[in-house]
Design a protein around this ligand. Structure first.
Ligand code: ADP
Ligand code: MG
Length: 496
């Protein structure tokens, strides 16, 4: 244990200090269980489908009947390889399955098959933005293992039943270095990881059903001090609870320390009803599990050839796609990252940008107006009533000065509500064409100047705000059809 701590200490050197909470730095490391999207279990042919009648999807192997033997599911290995490639890890050419021994009613074998000393995926990094700041969380490893069954507490008959349908479901456990420095960063990491596994399709990401569950290891320390003792919050299955649980845990640990108590290493559970974390058990050390190589399974051997074959079948990754957006469309890195939050958003963006040739404007509209609408109505971009071709022609009309940004928003509203579908027709019907006739505009400008002597005098005396009032009058006079920039320029030149 102390050896691990020393490595962590060394690895943490030179990393920036995070935001302080009451003078303490927060340190977080994650262990995430991603359920792999194979049709059958990791070591048997039973189905992994969710929600079946208890014990109808557990075969002799999952039930741990004597004489049965596990057989590795190739699809699970391929998904682990895909993950490793997605986060720039080393894929071990030879990894080992180990038995993790413990007793629990939902684990009839008395041990879980996992990987211990030599995991299949080693190292790697997950990069994401926290606000506008780029973060990189290093991975220690990702290993294959089987899930356990479930205890069903039937309170009304005062009995507990065991459902072994989940026993043997393939999991990839993804472990980070203690690199995160706030609950916000931890949530941003978890969202990025969720995006990666769903993007490459190795996990359905359904958090309610438990397909993606996170354990957050949390400790606090005074800046520069050695790492504090951590407590592990188990099974966080929503991003909201994740943030609440970590925030509560941080406050609790600081209070304990300030009151003169030492933090004891423990496993805790978050209760969403009370918003509190509570110790479940003191944490076992690896030694308590008596890990040893599983004699029933040969080493998992992965050839360079197999890795290349898997790589060849993988779709473009979000990180690679984001780089391409920066390179090919000249987008800022931040935009590129936002637009690669899901395949659907990326596809929408590319279609729009290609159709109008205005990548940055397309990005602004998608991240701005369109996202706002999607959020308000709580729908995904696949369900957006405005199609990329429509947004593209709208942008085209802004660029060629036919309409102002304001008018464009009205056109967008009309497209969204389905009252109109053709951008030019909407502009025509609603009379949204910008006033490009300088003569007519000048007449309005002169009128407004003549009628607002007070504002004019104030502006000439150096009050910039007085100009806005005049611009407002002119825009009103033009029924919103004047180009605000043009109005501004005209006014300034006339009042100079
Ligand atoms: P275990 O073997 O008990 O699971 P690990 O050494 O594998 O422990 O670490 C588990 C997780 O805890 C990792 O994500 C690691 O980054 C994180 N972690 C380790 N030490 C700390 C600490 N002091 N504070 C916060 N997280 C930590
Ligand atoms: Mg661990």
């Amino acid at each position: 244990m102390s050896e691990t701590m020393n490595t962590f200490e060394a690895q943490q050197q030179g990393r920036p200090t995070g935001p302080l909470v009451h003078g303490y730095e927060v340190i977080i490391g994650f262990e995430t269980h991603a359920q792999l999207s194979t049709a059958s279990k990791i070591f048997s042919r039973a189905s992994t489908a969710f929600g079946a009648e208890p014990n109808t999807q557990a075969c002799a192997v999952d039930l741990a009947l004597p004489g049965t033997l596990p057989v590795m599911n190739k699809g699970a290995v391929e998904r682990a390889i895909e993950f490793g490639l997605a986060v720039n890890s080393h894929i071990a050419e030879r990894s080992i399955f180990a038995r993790k021994n413990y007793f629990y009613p939902d684990l009839p074998k008395g041990y879980q098959i996992s990987q211990f000393e030599i995991p299949v995926v080693q190292g790697g990094v997950v990069e994401f933005f926290l606000g506008e700041e780029k973060k990189a969380v290093r991975l220690v490893r990702a290993h294959l293992e089987e899930d356990a069954g479930k205890s069903l507490h039937e309170d009304f008959i005062g009995q507990t039943g065991i459902d072994l349908n989940r026993a043997g479901t393939p999991l990839l456990e993804i472990v980070t270095e203690p690199d995160m420095r706030s609950s916000a960063e931890a949530v941003a990491y978890a969202k990025e990881l969720h995006k990666i596994v769903t993007w490459i399709g190795i996990c359905d990401g359904n958090m309610q059903e438990g397909s993606f569950r996170c354990d957050a290891n949390v400790s606090v320390r005074k800046p520069g001090a050695p790492l504090g003792t951590r407590r592990e919050i188990k099974n966080l299955n929503s991003f909201k609870f994740m943030q609440q649980a970590i925030d509560y845990e941080v406050r609790w640990q600081i209070e304990q320390i300030e009151d003169g108590h030492a933090i004891e290493q423990a496993t805790v559970l978050f209760n969403p009803d009370t918003g509190e974390t509570r110790a479940m058990r003191t944490k076992e050390d690896a030694a308590d599990y008596r890990y040893f190589p599983d004699p029933d399974l040969p080493p998992l051997c992965i050839s360079e050839q197999w890795i290349e074959q898997v790589r060849g079948l993988m779709a473009e990754l979000p990180r690679v796609m984001a780089d391409r957006f920066v390179r090919d469309y000249g987008l800022p890195e931040y935009d590129a990252t936002q637009l690669t939050q899901s395949k659907a958003i990326a596809t929408y963006f590319e279609a729009t940008a290609k159709a109008c040739g205005q990548a940055k404007l397309a990005s602004n509209w998608i991240m701005g107006e369109l996202s706002r609408r999607l959020n308000t109505e709580d729908i995904g971009i696949e369900a957006a009533p405005v199609q990329p071709a429509q947004l593209a022609s709208l942008i085209g009309r802004i660029v060629d000065n036919t309409i102002s940004n304001n008018a464009a928003r009205q056109v967008f509203d009309t497209l969204w509500s389905g009252e109109g579908s053709d951008v030019d027709a909407i502009i025509e019907v609603k009379g949204l064409k910008q006033m490009n006739d300088t003569g007519a505009l000048e007449a309005i400008v002169d009128e407004v100047i003549a009628a607002n002597a007070k504002n004019v005098a104030e502006f000439k005396a150096g009050n910039e705000k007085a100009l806005n009032a005049l611009v407002g009058q002119i825009m009103k006079g033009s029924k919103g059809k004047a180009n605000p920039q043009q109005v501004n320029d005209l006014l300034r030149s006339k009042l100079a």
